[in-house]
Design a protein around this ligand. Structure first.
Ligand code: PLP
Length: 291
């Protein structure tokens, strides 16, 4: 069954994607005034739906944005879209902007938000392991903006381009204290002597849903888990490194700049545990997980 992705959900109505239009004064377009989620779909079911909804709701509250549909209606309509697009295994992108408004940063609070849901192919993963470079992108330690999955993504766009220019797969960003935060689109972890470390949210990163799942999986396979700041030097000395995201799951890192990291059994174990979680997915488990 060929995935079509030809339909989209716009403001509660499923419509042909090519007929979707966004108004020129939509604040999402003008100012990146909006939030989004990227959700993995497996066998027609959105994975970790409730955790994505929790983050979406938290982001909406922080920027004072009204989510136009209840999570249950949104889930029903998203499932219908997945069916229509024949996209049983795909990525769902859910975007909510503040909608059309006056020119200028100020908003009245009476705007009607724009809600767009689309389906996409899962990114092709030709390689088992990826390479990273350390970019010149810096975020402020403790900046609340990094914790919201917002439509302001210039730092990530630049980090990705930086990585591409270095012939690497992705780029790491640092904070104003010089500690590692995340890549352009994934959270980072390192393993050393049976201890799994990942930077704390306060260091300036997105609270990834896959990060959260991975922390739980790591404890269940007997790893000691620590959320603590990681310097580039500490990263270089790690036994193993991997990154996590909803779109690509758990991915091993084989190289950062000139340092090579050998394959590590613990990363394989975590990938296996992640795949098991994905494969036992049912809608009821997806809804209840993480509540
Ligand atoms: N960090 C950044 C900057 C991201 O853009 C993403 C996902 O796109 C992640 C981390 C991983 O988050 P999640 O596991 O929720 O996909």
């Amino acid at each position: 069954m060929k995935q079509t992705n030809s339909y989209a959900l716009l403001n509660g109505t499923i419509t042909q994607k090519e007929k979707v239009s966004i108004l020129p004064n939509d604040r999402g377009f003008l100012y990146g005034d909006g939030i989004y989620e990227t959700i993995r779909v497996h066998h027609g079911k959105p994975f970790l739906w409730q955790w994505h909804m929790n983050r979406l709701t938290a982001g909406a509250e922080t920027i004072n944005l009204k989510i136009p549909l209840t999570p249950l209606v949104l889930l029903e309509k998203t499932k219908r879209l997945i069916e229509l697009n024949k996209s049983n295994n795909c990525i769902v992108r859910l975007t909510i902007t503040r909608g059309p408004g006056e020119r200028g940063y100020d908003y009245t609070g009476n705007e009607t938000p724009t809600l767009l849901v689309t389906t996409h192919e899962i990114p092709a993963m030709e390689k088992n392991s990826i390479s990273l470079s350390i970019t010149n992108i810096r975020v402020a330690t403790g900046d609340i903006l990094t914790t919201i999955k917002s439509n302001n993504k210039l730092g990530a766009v630049m980090a990705k381009q930086f990585a591409k220019a270095q012939n690497t797969d992705d780029g790491l960003m640092l904070n104003s204290d010089g500690n590692i935060t995340e890549t352009s689109s994934a959270n980072i972890f390192c393993i050393n002597d049976g201890i799994l470390r990942t930077p704390p949210i306060y260091d300036g990163l997105l609270p990834g849903v896959t990060r959260r799942l991975t922390l739980g999986l790591a404890s269940s396979i007997g790893l000691i888990v620590k959320e603590e700041s990681i310097t580039p030097k500490k990263l270089e000395q790690a036994n193993a490194i991997f990154v996590t995201s909803a779109a690509t799951g758990i991915r091993n890192v084989e190289k950062i700049e000139d340092t090579i990291f050998p394959k590590n059994q613990l990363v394989n174990q975590l990938q296996k545990a992640y795949d098991e979680e994905l494969s036992k997915l049912t809608i009821s488990s997806a809804i209840s997980t993480g509540s």
